[in-house]
Design a protein around this ligand. Structure first.
Ligand code: ZN
Length: 438
């Protein structure tokens, strides 16, 4: 069997094993999921307590659910949590009693434009309970004037929010962040595909001789990322760039959600990898909505983060429904995404950054024999192509972008000069101790 089919089979097995587990912001299902991932990588499972203030948020109570159903007047179960964990609205409070249709209807959720699918709904920060049913079942089983027996066996108690963390140390202390979210129950593309991909990516990275260090985290979306930022604020402020892994197993095309900077080195690397893969891909414009880049790129952190999807969350009709299942998501698709993500890591890991030893203002090149003795002669002539031809031009480009944040590849692309010209100038500046590798 080829290495590819061995890994694809393993991916399939973990998808099947993890898919049925009920996950949410908190709870036993998340711990069970992280524990299974420990078979793949040496993940540390950590906890933040309920009630902890994390910036503008409070970590909620821990939610666990054992059962939930609705019975009709004949005593038949017409909705059953044990058949699909999407049937109960996430974070539903416990309930037991008899309800008329009229009382029950504001607690029922369905999706008319996808009548056979059970929608996925949550109500994390409200006192609420509810059920999700397919529109077909809603029409079949629920009638005005009827009475229904309702039961949700859930608990909301002071507990904790669980997350997984793996730090892979490279030769340099500079860190990249790789983050994915574990809070979705039985939904395959969004986001179990990414949980499994990130684990296999980390497994491979552990065998590599890496230049940079990598902080890999599995957190519940939003509150988990916020709690992580709050509890690791100093470290997070030093992260160079991030990858937020989301929706990587659908049958559709690849897409890139660029960082808020759109032209940062991580965007550049992601475009390069996608182009080299010869896979068709679409690039979205940056929008502030999305996944946990909302936290990592917020003004306090401003980490540029990219996401490469295969059926992006805004693209597929099955999003947040029971049809986002293991028929829709295939291990082969996750494997292809894994290859792309691995190439992205390799690309990031090979990046070189230069930084001037004096960052402020221009350097006085004249006193180092790098500037013509007679000034006021040169002017920028946009008409004369290429005007970016002299050593002085190369010096200007290199010194302008030697900020520790612009990669060498970007510097070459931005200057549109020959690589050799840029490298020659870098060598000269290094010899004169005006420049160093960042
Ligand atoms: Zn989602």
């Amino acid at each position: 069997m080829s290495k590819r089919s061995i890994i694809t089979n393993e991916i399939r097995q973990y998808m099947e094993l993890l898919f049925p587990i009920s996950r949410s912001l908190t709870g036993i299902g998340n711990r069970k999921t992280l524990k299974i991932l420990q078979d793949i990588i040496p993940l540390k499972i950590k906890e933040y307590p309920s009630g902890q203030e994390v910036y503008d948020w409070i970590i909620p109570k821990e939610w666990n659910i054992k059962d939930g159903w609705i019975k009709n007047s004949q005593g038949e179960k017409i909705v059953d949590f044990k058949k699909s964990n999407l049937h109960v609205v996430g974070y539903s409070q416990p309930v037991k009693g008899e309800f008329t249709f009229e009382e029950l209807v504001s607690h029922l959720h369905y999706k008319e434009n996808l009548p056979c699918a059970i929608p996925y709904r949550t109500s994390y920060y409200n006192d609420y309970w509810g059920f999700c049913v397919s529109h077909n079942d809603f029409k079949k089983y629920f009638r005005e004037g009827e009475k229904y027996e309702v039961f949700i066996d859930s608990k909301l108690v002071d507990g904790s929010l669980s997350f997984g963390e793996l730090l892979i140390a490279g030769r340099k202390k500079d860190e990249f962040l790789i983050s994915t979210y574990i809070c979705h129950p039985s939904l395959a593309n969004d986001n179990l595909s990414s949980v499994v991909l990130t684990s296999f990516l980390a497994k491979k990275m552990l065998t590599m001789n890496l230049n940079y260090s990598y902080r890999i985290i599995f957190v519940p979306e939003t509150i988990g990322a916020i709690a992580y930022c709050k509890n690791n604020e100093d470290m997070m402020k030093k992260i160079k760039a991030g990858i937020v892994v989301s929706c990587v197993g659908g049958p559709g095309n690849f897409s890139l959600k660029p960082s808020f900077e759109e032209k940062s080195f991580v965007d550049f690397a992601a475009r390069k990898v996608l182009t080299a893969s010869k896979q068709e891909f679409k690039e979205y414009e940056f929008v502030p909505q999305g996944s946990d880049e909302r936290q990592y790129s917020s003004p306090g952190f401003r980490i540029p983060c990219v996401t490469i999807c295969r059926d992006n969350y805004c693209e597929y009709d099955y999003y947040h429904t029971s049809l986002d299942n293991l028929d829709f998501v295939k291990a082969e698709n996750i494997f292809k995404s894994l290859e792309i993500y691995l190439n992205l890591v390799k690309e990031l890991d090979s990046l070189i950054f230069y930084e001037r030893t004096e960052l402020h203002c221009e350097l006085q090149l004249g006193k180092r024999g790098l500037y013509p003795k007679i000034g006021a002669e040169n002017r920028i002539d946009y008409e004369k192509i290429p005007w970016r031809s002299t050593e002085l031009d190369a010096l200007a480009w290199v010194l302008f972008y030697a900020d520790g944040k612009t990669s060498l590849d970007q510097m070459i692309e931005k200057s549109r000069m020959k690589k050799t010209q840029i490298l020659d100038v870098i060598k000269k500046l290094e010899e004169k101790k005006l420049l160093r590798k960042a």
